[in-house]
Design a protein around this ligand. Structure first.
Ligand SMILES: CC(C)(COP(=O)(O)OP(=O)(O)OC[C@H]1O[C@@H](n2cnc3c(N)ncnc32)[C@H](O)[C@@H]1OP(=O)(O)O)[C@@H](O)C(=O)NCCC(=O)NCCS
Length: 157
């Protein structure tokens, strides 16, 4: 049961907890420097989910002209399947929409069913595949787009 989940912009003090989650979560983990680049990013939004004073999730988008590019989204393994990933994505999309973005895109590993289901639930469609896109294991990337961000509303459940 999520009692105190809230989202706040990335701060320096979040980074060590994020790096711990990132190691467990991402086959090609972002470096500390990559996260630091997201601090106060002029054309980005990067949010951290906090539940009971612990970092449980993080994710970001870059605002590119009128497109919101999702750069990363992760929920700590012990906190999954409680709706946190969906709430995080909804926060990111709401903020991107408020910043004037009219569509959103992302790449996801073709075998990452959980993430693909999440993005489909939010309204993204699969539009292309990039063969062998990921250098660590040559896995294909699925390219997904949400075209109507300007009129987008979060799913009801
Ligand atoms: C993908 C990820 C962010 C989902 O976070 P989460 O908090 O567990 O997801 P939620 O509980 O908010 O689930 C929302 C929806 O996503 C889908 N979903 C999430 N996990 C799923 C799973 N294991 N299997 C199938 N569908 C899943 C479902 O549609 C779910 O809706 P439902 O509960 O009504 O069925 C999480 O699994 C994660 O951090 N994975 C590792 C990092 C990653 O792959 N990031 C994406 C990179 S592009």
């Amino acid at each position: 049961m999520l009692k105190t989940l809230r989202f706040e912009p990335l701060k320096e003090s979040h980074i060590s907890a994020i790096l711990e989650i990132e190691k467990e979560t991402n086959a090609a983990p972002w470096s500390e420097r990559s996260f630091r680049n997201e601090l106060d990013h002029k054309y980005g939004v990067f949010l951290v989910g906090i539940e009971q004073a612990e970092v449980v999730a993080y994710g970001g988008v870059w605002l590119v002209i009128d497109e919101a590019h999702v750069t990363t989204v992760s929920v700590a393994p012990a906190s999954r399947r409680q709706g946190i990933g969906q709430r995080l994505m909804c926060e990111l999309l709401d903020r991107a929409k408020a910043a004037g973005m009219v569509c959103s895109t992302l790449e996801v590993r073709a075998g990452n069913e959980a993430a693909i289901y999440l993005y489909k639930k939010l309204g993204y469609d699969v539009v292309a595949t990039r063969k062998g896109y990921y250098p660590d294991n040559k896995e294909d990337a699925v390219v997904m787009w949400l075209y109507n961000l300007d009129t987008w509303e979060p799913p009801r459940s």
